[in-house]
Design a protein around this ligand. Structure first.
Ligand code: IMP
Ligand code: MG
Length: 176
C-alpha cells in the first residue's frame, strides 16, 4: 500500500454499488418534484457528484458552489463562499451534494442560505458521514465512517489525493 495511506476503507466497487442504491432512492423521491436542482460543493463533491448524476434517471438542473472551512486536517469553524450558484433557487427542490459530513457546519450553513434565498426544500446527500456528534444529519448517506481523516474519491489532504478511486485513511506519520 502507498505510504500516505494507513488503510483502505471503501473500495471502488463498494462505491459503485452504493451509488446505484442512492440513485434509486433519489429517483424515487424526486420523480414528481418540479424544479429539481442538484448543487455540488466543489471541489470535494467532484467524482461523487458526477458518478451519482450518471446513475440518476430524473433530470436535475446542476450547479456548483465552493466554500471552505478546513485548514489541513481540522475545521476552522468559519465558512467562506468562494464560488456561488449560477441558477435561481426560488421554489426549487435542492439536493446539496458533498463528499463528507463532519461537524455539519458546511451543509447546515449552505442549507440555511438556500432556504433564505427562497428554495422550497433543501435536502443533503453525502458519500461519507463521520461518526461524530452534530446537530444536522444528511438525508442521503453513502457510508457511515469512523472519525478518521480520509482521502480519495474527491477528498483531499492539502489538495492532494482527490484522484484516488477509493477511500482511504490518511497516514498521519507520512512526510511528503
Ligand atoms: P464540516 O463542515 O465539518 O461538516 O466539514 C465538511 C467539509 O470538510 C467537507 O466538505 C470536506 O471538504 C472537509 N472534510 C471533513 N472531513 C474530511 C476528511 O476526513 N478528509 C478530507 N476532507 C474532509
Ligand atoms: Mg468540501
Amino acid at each position: 500500500m502507498e505510504k500516505f495511506l494507513s488503510k483502505i476503507i471503501i473500495s471502488k466497487k463498494q462505491i459503485n454499488t452504493r451509488l446505484q442504491e442512492l440513485a434509486a432512492l433519489i429517483d424515487q423521491d424526486y420523480h414528481q418534484k418540479e424544479s429539481f436542482v442538484m448543487v455540488g460543493l466543489l471541489k470535494g463533491c467532484n467524482p461523487f457528484f458526477i458518478d451519482l448524476l450518471k446513475k440518476i434517471k430524473v433530470e436535475p438542473i446542476i450547479s456548483y458552489m465552493s466554500v471552505c472551512s478546513y485548514e489541513e486536517t481540522h475545521s476552522t469553524g468559519q465558512l467562506t463562499i468562494k464560488l456561488d450558484l449560477d441558477v435561481k433557487v426560488q421554489d426549487a427542490h435542492i439536493l446539496l451534494v458533498d463528499d463528507i459530513i463532519d461537524t455539519g457546519l458546511t451543509l447546515k450553513s449552505i442549507k440555511n442560505l438556500l432556504l433564505q434565498r427562497g428554495a422550497r426544500e433543501v435536502k443533503t446527500c453525502v458519500l461519507l458521514a463521520k461518526n461524530v456528534h452534530r446537530d444536522i444529519q444528511a438525508d442521503y448517506v453513502g457510508f457511515p465512517i469512523e472519525n478518521e481523516f480520509v482521502i480519495g474519491y474527491g477528498l483531499d489532504y492539502n489538495q492532494k489525493y482527490r484522484n484516488l478511486a477509493f477511500i482511504g485513511v490518511y497516514n498521519p506519520n507520512y512526510e511528503a
